[in-house]
Write a new protein. Structure first.
Lengths: 312, 323
């Protein structure tokens, strides 16, 4: 009989816990996570707090026509120091901080939701192609190749130009769908590659030998095992989608006024860059810091989830 | 099982991994399948389970009769319900046979929830019970661990627990001990034997270790190049081998009791490429007994005694020479 001495409380240390321990040692990733968290919290609770404290909202234009002009940060209408507008006001006298926070809300939402859309499509498509293999795989991956060959920016622009422009909210949903629809391709390839390398492992054969059905094997045995690379890729997709959104909004195709995203704020700001530089700098710098942080988090996760790669 | 043939299409050629294999397993019996690497042992059993990767593999002919029904003719869905429920399998490498991302308990629960319709709680209790039965100490606590927290021997125990949790009628063990060290090997074999007696399961034990065969099986099938070369009861096979190949295998087992410093016998040459076999006996180029006829004519499957058959032109002679 096997009589291994066993410690009192054997708790399953999952692979995730190991990864988390490695991630904690990565200072850049932790700083990135802190900043991202601050930005997310600020953009969620920020606008209502500003409204409570000062009464400003992202689209409140002052009634007094003397105030409808650009004030620099921390400046009261009489030129003295003031906490009223920490980021100044824009041409219409709106509080830029409130607008940047709302823009952050929308930018992050676009980033996260579009990434989720691409995750769902990409994982389903890639796992199916990889597991079924053969002709099915061939056809499915050729579809991906064809879609890759079409310039995605064009697709998005055409989609937005065609269906867009009804209501600001409708435009927003269209943006989610359009960005998600173009960013799932790489995800599908990653998942397919993972699934192919996994499906010849014995535990998949063992699962089949116990009579588990194909879809349950994909959902329960294959997809969880691909999660590492998928999470890493997803965290890197969020900033790239956000950048794409900013680009589209900058061109005027994305978020429509009175809603704002960091891209559309930057587009507004650039018109007066020589006179009122803070109107571009405030949203621009906020976006840059957030994207940097997201990328650091993604890199950190990759190192944590794939320790072999880091050593090489 | 009758005349099973499994071919693999490989570009322009056909690899006849299993070519006309027939044997039967009786209730409660243990059948051993021995042979060198690449002799078609594993493919035979994957064919029984219909788990041959296809393409390139295909089952070209034959039938597998299980409890009166031909498994090869069943609908895929019916076959799936049979797997794990009535025919279960234990694989060679316990290190890769468990999903590294799933708790052991959940993997065990998957089987019974699927086939016995257990609720979560029932399945969990059943899983813990099975782990206790296969001798995992402190089973209740260990059940929620992940596979990497188990040693090789423990994982193979888990695999056995999984295979037996629906009390299957046939257990196929594909080299269950090859990846384990010797002390664990003995424990695992002993465990399978004990559980088999308790549950009345029939077993097909695939191995290339003749020691394992001698200790655990009732009857033996010797395979070479995708064909059955000899089949006999275990005692008969070891005492009176009726085939030069079997003799060669038996001679190449070291005898720990002899002090002689003589070199260990080995069968010369390598197993043939089953994609292009000549008309003759596939073993002829390596056989000490080979004569011109062996290269030209395929040997007959000679009946030596009602329970002892051998594929050789000189089966009688070899059989008598051994006794």
């Amino acid at each position: 009989m096997l009589t291994t001495p066993i410690e009192e409380d054997v708790v399953g240390t999952s692979l995730w816990k190991d990864a988390w321990r490695r991630l904690r040692k990565n200072r850049l990733a932790i700083i990135g996570m802190v900043i991202v968290t601050i930005v997310i919290v600020a953009s969620i609770v920020g606008p209502p707090i500003i409204r409570l404290l000062t009464g400003y909202t992202y689209d409140s234009i002052p009634n007094d026509s003397a105030l409808i002009k650009s004030f620099p940060p921390f400046t009261a209408p009489d030129g003295t120091f003031s906490w009223a507008h920490p980021m100044g006001t824009d041409i219409a006298g709106r509080d830029i901080l409130a607008r940047v926070l709302l823009g952050g809300r929308i930018s992050l939402m676009v980033g996260i939701i579009s990434t989720l859309v691409s995750l769902v499509i990409g994982i389903t498509f890639g796992a199916t192609a990889g597991y079924l293999g053969g002709k099915v795989d061939e056809v499915m991956m050729r579809i991906v190749d064809v879609l890759y060959a079409i310039p995605y920016m064009m697709v998005v622009i055409v989609l937005l130009a065609f269906f867009g422009g009804q209501s600001p909210l409708g435009q927003l949903f269209l943006l989610f769908a359009a960005l998600g629809a173009v960013s799932w391709l790489t995800m599908a390839r990653i998942v397919r590659g993972q699934v192919i390398s996994l499906k010849n492992q014995e535990f998949i054969l063992a699962a089949r030998a116990t009579g588990v059905s194909t879809w349950k094997i994909i959902a329960r045995h294959l997809v969880p095992n691909t999660l590492g690379p998928v999470i890493v890729y997803a965290t890197l997709t969020i900033p790239s989608v956000m950048l794409l959104e900013a680009f589209l909004s900058f061109l005027g195709l994305g978020v429509q006024a009175p809603l704002a995203s960091w891209g559309s704020l930057a587009a507004d700001g650039i018109q007066n860059i020589a006179i009122f530089p803070w109107q571009l700098l405030c949203p621009g710098v906020t976006m840059a810091i957030t994207l940097f942080s997201l990328n650091f988090v993604g890199d950190g996760l990759r190192d944590a989830l794939d320790p072999q790669m880091r050593k090489s | 099982m009758k005349n099973l043939r499994t071919y693999f299409d490989e570009d322009a050629r056909v690899v006849k991994a299993v070519d006309g294999v027939s044997f039967d397993v009786h209730r409660g019996e243990t059948l051993g399948i021995v042979g060198e690497s690449g002799s078609g042992k594993s493919v035979t059993n994957l064919s029984i389970m219909r788990l041959i990767p296809s393409p390139p593999g295909r089952i070209a002919g034959g039938e597998v009769i299980f409890d009166g029904r031909n498994l090869l003719a069943l609908a895929a869905e019916e076959m799936r319900r049979l797997r794990g429920r009535r025919i279960a399998m234990v694989f060679q490498d316990p290190m890769t046979s468990l999903n590294p991302f799933m708790r052991v308990s959940r993997q065990l629960m998957e089987v019974t929830r699927l086939h016995l319709g257990h609720s979560k709680a029932e399945a969990y209790e059943h899983a813990v019970g099975m782990l206790e039965m296969v001798g995992i100490p402190d089973a209740r606590k260990r059940a929620d661990g992940y596979p990497h927290e188990f040693s090789g021997g423990m994982r193979q125990r888990v695999m056995i627990a999984m295979a037996l949790s629906c009390k299957p009628e046939l257990l196929i063990a594909d080299e269950p001990t090859t990846a384990l060290d010797v002390t664990i090997q003995a424990q695992i074999l002993e465990l399978i034997k004990k559980l088999k007696q308790e549950t009345g399961t029939s077993e097909i034990l695939i191995t290339h270790d003749l020691g394992v065969v001698a200790g655990t099986t009732n009857r033996v099938v010797v395979m070479y190049a995708g064909k059955v070369f000899e089949s006999a009861t275990t005692t008969e096979l070891f005492a009176h081998p009726g085939n030069p190949y079997t003799k060669g295998l038996l001679q190449s087992v070291p005898d720990p009791t002899s002090d002689e410093q003589k070199e260990l016998y080995q069968i010369p040459g390598l197993p043939p490429d089953v994609a292009n076999l000549g008309p003759g006996c596939p073993f002829a180029p390596r056989c000490y007994r080979a004569e011109p006829i062996c290269k030209e004519q395929f040997p007959p499957f000679v009946e030596l005694t009602p329970a002892h058959h051998s594929l050789c032109h000189f089966a009688d002679e070899v059989y008598k020479g051994a006794s």
